[in-house]
Design a protein around this ligand. Structure first.
Ligand code: BGC
Length: 748
């Protein structure tokens, strides 16, 4: 071995080792350069395992505050609150010596069946981006890194480590990537976690387009990319593509060393990895001497859970509960709450408050009696049902806690239906027959169907998974101590098969085709005007809100402010989530009828009003042009609507954009129609046509037939047009286009 080699080798070995972990939760240090970084789940509560642990949520962890998982944080629509939750997570992580929190999860809920929907925010990229950005900002404000995940198009658990998400370019850009893009551009997260799946056939852990071209070169990401746990298939390919840290370690560092020695991997790629990890290390400043502030965070967990609850139905003012009336609390979930999901995010809370415990605190005004009604493991228990029905009969109101037991949804597998367990629905029907007033409280991570049974309930309160203080929050809302203010971040369909993803989920033979394209969630239901149980953005409260005085102010080129007044016209304090949607009627490309582009949550006392301002930018009106690989803003009059859900539009206005004036290049293969539509080529073609008198006698419909022909095909028509003439025309039009671009008249 040469001296040069022996000097190089330790260095190379150390750098190669740094591209992988030194244990399930730690990176590999390089003495004097890089310290060991400690990574831990999870997105809604720190899951620090002191032993080597596991990433499957099986082993124990150090107690920490369990906030509502992303499903609940999302339905708060409250970015300030979520930022405070993020800061609390950051504080606890810092106190525990955790450098990077593995979250937030920000994949789009493409199908209600995805087993991990509880870890994701929404079916919509805008609300996902805003909630995730708030979490990242909060975590990072405490000197801890955040790691957004799972990049990208990881929207199911079935065959998650191999399946290819086959997504067309426009759909990727408009639905599955924008939340990542916005969070990366605006919050500079320390890390990005690639996903397990393949994207259009390529493992995301070794996709150079995803990890380098898009993430770094286009979006400017400067942090490090970590693999999902066990997602690396080919170490060398992965590092070459832009992956910095393989987790957990596979013990194959020699493959990296060999690849460098063989000249298959440039040594400088390893230097870049080390630089990126150093950057992560330099920005995190954990402080194990600080207090984790568990007491304060418990109150915050309760506040967040309170805002996450969505009141779906409230007939005859069944809610809030009236003091002094007798209440039957039925359902095991009231005693044994389901407050988080299963898998890697499953952590140990500092304590758990169930609804039954919380009712104890208000027992004087709201005395309750309890019957479990059913078992959580699904074992038949007819006596429990009998006892619950008997109790309901004796009380004025029954509050029935229904939901999905833990075994029915988790990371690692998808659901096969969206139904509540049959015995629970049956119990509700029996209670309806004996109880004057029935309030259903739901606990579920993914959407459950309500259509078949909600007629048996006077009120339905969707409680998702609410974290450790969910029981207290639920009682706060039931008793009216707080008005419900959560709004749906996903449509509740009438039935599963109504969903756009239904025929293409979860795919087969290693591929899942995103056949519905951009028509995900409400974009599908609203565009086709299909009935739903509850629309995106929906949620009731104990008061009412009026919208008035819409004003659209032009702030500059393709920049507007939409202002309106929202007033609390009821008798209780409450919060409204004002939502802004944009749309454009056009034939091509087909667009969703409306898309969420802004929102604000406003707290108002009775009689109080506030002026709300929401921004609209050119990008909000753009679609992705897959032919030219760019955002396209067409000139037009766009609708801007504001309302209380995607189906409850209260006010509408318009904004007029003159578009981006993009003129694509024309070639000999561009169709006659492309030529006619082209701002430079169109007039030139029209001029030529005007000179061809022999065409005057050709019927219009025959001329239209030519529209779909590549222009070069004219040379085969015996009209005296040759291929050379077409090429000259192409060159002439291209020269004119370049000149127009140079003069700033068009863009190209
Ligand atoms: C999950 C990640 C998680 C990691 C570490 C994986 O199974 O997909 O979300 O952060 O484990 O626990």
């Amino acid at each position: 071995m040469s001296t040069e080699m022996s000097r190089l080798e330790p260095d190379l070995a150390a750098k190669a080792a740094a591209t992988s972990g030194s244990g399930v939760w730690h990176s590999t240090p390089i003495p004097g350069v890089l310290r060991r970084l400690h990574l831990a789940d999870g997105p809604h509560g720190i899951r620090q395992q002191l032993e080597e642990g596991d990433h499957l949520g099986i082993g124990s962890s150090v107690p920490a505050t369990c906030f509502p998982p992303a499903v609940g944080l999302g339905t708060t629509w409250n970015v300030d609150l979520v930022q405070r939750v993020g800061a609390a997570l950051g504080t606890e992580a810092s106190a525990m010596g955790v450098d990077v929190v593995l979250g937030p999860g920000m994949n789009i809920k493409r199908s209600p069946l995805c087993g991990r929907n509880f870890e994701y925010v929404s079916e919509d990229p805008h609300v996902t981006a805003r909630i995730a950005a708030a979490l990242v900002e909060g975590v990072q404000s405490e000197g801890v890194g955040a790691c957004v995940k799972h990049f990208a198009a990881n929207n199911q658990e079935t065959d998650r480590m191999r399946s290819s998400s086959d997504v067309d370019e426009r759909t990727l850009r408009e639905i599955y990537l924008p939340a990542f893009e916005e969070v990366i551009r605006t919050t500079d997260p320390a890390m990005v976690m690639c996903s397990y799946n393949r994207l259009n056939g390529v493992y995301t852990s070794q996709d150079p387009w995803l990890l380098t071209t898009l993430l770094r070169e286009e979006w400017g990401f400067e942090g490090a990319v970590v693999s999902d746990w066990g997602a690396v298939v080919d170490r060398v390919e992965a590092v070459r593509a832009g992956l910095d840290l393989e987790m957990p370690p596979s013990g194959t560092d020699d493959r990296i060393v060999d690849a460098v020695k063989r000249g298959e991997l440039d040594d400088s790629v390893l230097d870049t990895v080390v630089e990126r990890l150093v950057r992560v290390q330099d920005r995190v400043t954990t402080d194990t001497s600080r207090s984790p502030e568990h007491e304060a965070h418990q109150a915050l967990a309760r506040e967040a859970a309170t805002e996450a609850l969505v009141l779906l139905k409230n007939e005859g003012e069944a809610l809030p509960l009236v003091p002094g009336r007798s209440i039957a609390v039925v359902g095991e979930f009231a005693r044994t709450p389901r407050y988080q999901g299963g898998g890697s995010s499953h952590m140990v809370p500092t304590r758990v408050t169930g609804a039954l415990d919380a009712f104890d605190e208000v027992a004087e005004e709201f005395p309750v009696r309890f019957a479990p009604g059913f078992t959580l493991d699904g074992t038949a228990a007819p006596n429990l049902a009998e006892e619950a029905v008997a109790l309901a009969e004796e009380c004025d109101t029954t509050v029935l806690f229904l939901g999905l037991p833990e075994a029915l949804e988790s990371e690692g597998f998808d659901r096969t239906d969206i139904d509540l367990p049959a015995e629970q629905v049956e119990l509700l029907a029996r209670i309806r027959r004996v109880s004057e007033r029935v309030v259903v409280v739901l606990s579920n991570g993914g959407v459950v169907s309500v259509a078949d049974w909600q007629g048996d309930a006077d009120a339905v309160l969707e409680g998702w998974l609410l974290g450790q203080e969910g029981g207290a929050a639920t009682v706060d809302v039931l008793t009216g101590a707080v008005s419900p203010s959560g709004r749906l971040t996903e449509t509740i369909p009438l039935k599963l098969s109504d969903h756009a993803s239904y025929l293409n989920f979860p795919g087969e033979r290693g591929h899942v085709r995103y056949g519905e394209g951009v028509f995900v969630g409400y974009r599908h239901f609203d565009t086709l005007d299909r009935p739903v149980a509850y629309p995106f953005g929906f949620g009731l409260t104990y008061t009412t809100f009026d919208y008035s005085d819409l004003e659209v102010i032009e702030d500059g080129t393709d920049a507007w402010t939409v202002a309106l007044t929202v007033a609390n016209s009821g008798t209780r304090a409450g919060q409204e989530v004002v939502q802004l949607y944009t749309g454009l009627t056009q034939e091509y490309p087909t667009r969703p009828v409306r898309e969420l582009r802004g929102f604000a949550k406003v707290a108002l006392e009775p009689g109080e009003s506030a002026r709300v301002e929401l921004a609209v930018r050119g990008r909000d009106l753009s679609t992705w042009d897959a032919e030219h690989h760019r955002w396209s803003l067409v000139a037009g009059t766009y609708t801007v609507s504001v309302g209380a859900s995607s189906r409850d539009i209260r006010l509408s206005g318009e904004v007029v954009s003159s578009g981006d004036r993009f003129v694509p290049p024309l070639t000999r293969s561009s169709t006659i129609e492309d030529w006619r539509a082209n701002a430079i080529g169109g007039p030139v073609l029209a001029e030529i046509r005007a000179g061809m008198e022999e065409l005057d006698s050709v019927p219009e419909e025959l001329l239209r037939m030519a529209d779909s022909m590549p222009i070069v095909a004219l040379s085969t028509f015996g009209m005296g047009v040759t291929e050379e003439m077409v090429d000259l025309l192409v060159a002439d039009v291209e020269a004119r286009r370049q000149a127009a671009i140079g003069r700033g008249e068009v863009t190209g």
